[in-house]
Design a binder for this molecule. Structure first.
Ligand code: NAD
Length: 483
């Protein structure tokens, strides 16, 4: 994509009201595999952010009045352009985020799927009429767009976390201001560039890039013209933004952190469980909010599961995401590597058995060797904290109730997984898990067709499916009297 090649040499502008804005300063974006600077990006201020909100607000009236088939066609064109540029977008994503190229391509397809889905779903955004409480009255319920939406997104899925919010928002007739993570602004800008190419009107989609998110965040969470803040990121930042949103009583969606359990019962198909474990734990080098954080394995199958898992983990190829055959790329920054090392050292010092890995990898400073820890106990940090790295800690349990209690013993409630074959056990476990999403004999569950989101401190709201569209609408009740 020629504009991307050009960007990687020049200062990359942000997008405000259909104009590319350079801002007063820039910040550097690194390739996590090499540590090299790949681009300098506009570092926008609070004033720039207010301009973006104003542009989104002004574009809102025309956009919500645009006939739905026309809005749908524009979104459909955006979807097509993203797919046409899938190879370039994937390469850009690998350069700034580090994930292996095949995974980056998978994310482009996944990210685009939200646009395809919501381009269609927009046509089904229906209101209703209700039975009336008086012979001379009629009751109508209109479904209307919320208004300006702020989308604040993390670095681990630089495209999909944006399309998962923007596609339903735009489909519903809202306009958006995106604040991408400072580590991965380029994919966000490339996606917005393609949205303009697709014909989305100026101001409907704005991208505010910034090295210091607090100033931008304050505008997005306190400006009364912003009516919804949709955030994906860590629980502490989510709580902070929720508090800031209270002053103007905004609608919010919070997709926050997790501490996913992966339970393997004695009657599980061990090979299927190991396949699911690899997919769930090691995708994106363990940096996904739904990735398994804790393996809870029943005594009778423990040794077989651990042996097969270790064999598979030992074979995972670590390297630069652009290199052929890389399965595990770098972690996003040095702090992430340090956290993973701290979790491993803490577990080993408290009696865990290190079966493989356990230290940084020879591929470079930000690469961590895929690790399996056995005999892990609840006193260790891995039990409570999101590791966000390629470490599989395996706990042991005896009774089903014990596993359910361990799985639920966390303030988080995003995704949980379990492997079993007895249908009674499957029903009991599925119902007992206090989580927003459950994979039963399945380690990969994300799709645009289903509602994604958590309970407890993992968040509020759902993304994907028809529920994802509802998040960007308000109901207006109209009582027509005097008939
Ligand atoms: P983070 O909370 O540090 O940052 C997320 C976004 O918030 C970034 O764009 C960042 O710049 C911005 N931000 C930070 N402080 C801000 C402030 N004061 N005002 C406004 N914006 C601010 O999270 P991260 O490290 O980028 O992402 C990793 C976390 O995200 C993990 O906890 C992971 O579980 C979670 N996550 C959750 C989901 C989900 O759907 N539930 C998906 C992906 C990631």
């Amino acid at each position: 994509m020629s504009f991307i090649e050009q960007w990687l040499h020049d200062a990359v502008p942000a997008l405000v009201g259909g104009q590319w804005r350079k801002g007063q300063q820039t910040f550097a974006v690194d390739n996590p595999a090499t540590g090299e600077t790949i681009a300098h990006v506009a570092d926008l201020s609070a004033d720039d952010t207010r301009d973006a909100v104003a542009a989104a607000y002004e574009a809102g009236a025309a956009w919500r009045a645009t006939p739905v088939k026309q809005r749908s066609a524009l979104l459909r064109r955006w979807f097509e352009l993203i797919n046409e540029h899938a190879d370039d977008l994937a390469r850009l994503m690998t350069l700034e985020q580090g994930k292996p190229l095949a995974e980056a391509k998978g994310e482009v397809t996944y990210g685009a799927s939200f646009i395809e889905f919501f381009a269609e779903e927009a046509k089904r955004m229906a209101g209703e009429t209700l039975p009336s409480h008086g012979a001379d009255k009629r009751l109508l319920v209109l479904r209307e767009p919320v208004g300006v939406v702020a989308a604040i997104t993390p670095w681990n899925f630089p495209l999909a976390m944006i399309t998962r919010k923007c596609a339903p928002a735009l489909a519903a007739g809202c306009t958006v201001v995106i604040k991408p993570a400072e580590a991965t602004p380029l994919t966000a800008l490339a996606a917005a560039y393609l949205a303009l190419e697709a014909g989305l009107p100026a101001g409907t989609i704005n991208v505010v890039t910034a090295s210091k998110p607090a100033a931008v965040g304050e505008v997005l969470t306190t400006d009364p013209r912003v009516r919804k803040v949709s955030f994906t990121g860590s629980t502490p930042v989510g709580k902070h933004l929720l508090a800031q949103c209270a002053s103007t009583v905004k609608k919010t969606a919070m997709e926050l952190g997790g501490n996913a359990p992966f339970i393997v019962f004695d009657d599980a198909d061990v090979d299927a469980a190991v396949n699911g474990a690899i997919a769930s734990k090691f995708r994106n080098a363990g940096q996904t909010c739904v990735c398994t954080n804790r393996f809870l394995v029943q005594d009778g199958i423990y040794d077989a599961f651990v042996a097969k898992l270790t064999e598979r983990v030992n074979a995972l190829n670590v390297g630069d995401g652009l290199a052929d055959g890389s399965i595990i790329g770098p972690l996003i920054n040095q702090a992430a590597v340090d956290k993973v090392q701290r979790h491993v050292d803490d577990a080993v010092s408290k009696g865990a058995r290190l079966l493989c890995g356990g230290q940084p990898h020879a591929a470079g400073d930000r690469f961590f060797t895929p690790t399996v820890l056995a005999d892990v106990t609840t006193e260790m940090a891995v039990a409570d904290e999101e590791t966000f790295g390629p470490v599989a800690p395996v706990f042991r349990f005896q009774r089903d109730e014990e596993a359910i209690a361990m799985a639920n013993d966390t303030p988080f409630g995003l995704a949980a997984y379990f492997y079993a074959t007895d249908y009674r056990r499957i029903w009991r476990t599925m119902e007992a898990l206090e989580y927003g999403m459950v994979g039963v004999n399945e380690g990969l569950i994300s799709t645009e067709l289903a509602p994604f989101g958590g309970v407890k401190e993992s968040g509020l709201g759902r993304e994907g499916s028809h529920h994802g569209l509802d998040e960007f609408t308000e109901l207006k009740y109209v009582c027509v009297g005097g008939l």
